[in-house]
Design a protein around this ligand. Structure first.
Ligand SMILES: *Cc1c(COP(=O)(O)O)cnc(C)c1O
Length: 383
């Protein structure tokens, strides 16, 4: 078996001496599976995909991602700059609210600037002559299981809502962005949202050159009707004469990242609790925000059950409760799955916990430690 095909658990065990925990592991062979689907969507539907950097900005794997995607989309000046410097290709520069300085600074990096409101569009369009501009439109419908992440929730500030105002500003833009999905794996629901957008904004869409449907569409999921999805996208593109864009974040990197930890202590308080050398708040913050458990790729049957918890002093620093085939001991490795999106971009120094290193398994099987953090990084993070 080549190292590129070796199951992750085995790879992690084999490297236990050379790779001290904790570390994030990005698996390029797994990432490639998603990227191939993204390329398939472009080939079959014509829809381009730009990576949403707010989900994933680990640029050590951009050489691979660049071959399958059309560029990046950003939510700030710094992300736009990172996209320009490290990814290349198209840079969609979006921000919920640009400052005067941002607009001046982002210009050299941006292929398109997308504004979140008609007021920002009108304010900055004169200073960005010659650059394609876009407007984020809030279609008033969405798919999200979490109110916190629902762009169409009541009083949402995400995207223009007033029809008359949008129509009036239309001559200033060549495209529009509708980001209104969050982990939507339901093709039918996506279709309904697409219909709603098509019906609700027909005059606007007819005059545009490009339309982005944002991120949050889970089309790389096993079993997603990819061909039907492509057909809907190309139908939309033909009907309105627009270049369609997608902005995948999570769906581009899902299943390809791991957070590898090691058990430091096992305590008992009614149940067995394994404390590992990582922590939820600094290393996998979204678990706390969305109140979900970390995923783990170990079949949950028989064996030995533990609550696995982090090493910060937060009482609720808990990854989840899992069943392992063997008893855990001090030194046992515990890898959490699906740790690429919205975890590495959110890592922080809470409790001064050792920052996980970043490790990549390359396509050819080479295992490379691309980044280590030290006390110096912690020190320089504040002043
Ligand atoms: C967050 C976001 C994305 C990426 O969303 P995912 O759910 O990670 O695919 C894309 N576009 C915009 C405008 C976003 O805010």
């Amino acid at each position: 078996m080549s190292t590129a095909e070796k199951p992750i658990q085995e790879l992690i065990r084999e490297h236990r001496a050379s790779l001290p925990t904790p570390y994030y592991l990005i698996d390029e062979p797994r990432l490639l599976e998603n990227l191939k689907k993204i390329r398939y969507v472009r080939e079959r539907s014509g829809a381009k995909s730009v990576l949403a950097l707010k989900c994933f900005s680990t640029w050590a794997v951009f050489d691979l991602m660049r071959q399958y995607m059309d560029g990046t989309t950003s939510s700030s000046l710094y992300e736009a700059r990172l996209g320009y410097e490290k990814f290349g290709k198209e840079v969609h520069a979006y921000c919920v609210a640009f400052s005067d300085e941002d607009v001046r600074a982002v210009r050299p990096f941006a292929s398109k600037v997308i504004f979140n409101s008609v007021s920002q569009l009108k304010r900055y369009a004169p200073s960005l002559k010659g650059l394609p501009l876009g407007l984020r439109v809030n279609p008033g419908v969405s798919h999200s299981d979490f109110d916190l992440a629902d762009p169409a929730r009541r009083y949402s500030r995400l995207g223009a809502t007033a029809r008359a105002e949008i129509e009036e500003a239309a001559p200033l833009i060549s495209g529009a962005m509708f980001h209104c999905n969050c982990e939507n794996d339901d093709f039918k629901k996506f279709g309904e949202i697409l219909d709603h957008i098509g019906r609700g904004h027909e005059p606007l869409l007819r005059r545009l050159e490009w339309v982005s449907f944002g991120g949050g569409i889970y089309f790389t999921k096993e079993g997603y009707p990819l061909d039907a999805f492509c057909d809907r996208l190309s139908e939309f593109s033909r009907r309105f004469g627009v270049q369609v864009y997608l902005e995948p974040g999570e769906t581009a990197v899902t299943r390809s990242g791991f957070f590898v930890t090691k058990v430091l202590d096992i305590v008992r308080n009614e149940i067995d609790i394994a404390i590992v050398d990582g922590a939820v708040e600094p290393h996998m913050l979204d678990l706390l925000i969305y109140r979900t458990d970390a995923k783990i790729e170990i079949p949950q049957r028989g064996g030995h059950t533990y609550m696995v918890a982090g090493r910060t002093c937060l009482a609720g620093d808990v990854f989840g409760t899992y069943t392992f085939p063997e008893k855990l001991e001090v030194g046992s490795l515990v890898p959490f799955a699906d740790a690429a999106g919205y975890s590495m971009v959110k890592k922080n120094w809470f409790n001064g916990v050792q920052m996980p290193a970043i490790v990549v398994r390359r396509l050819d099987g080479r295992v490379e430690k691309v980044k280590e953090f030290t006390y110096e990084d912690y020190l320089l993070n504040l002043s």
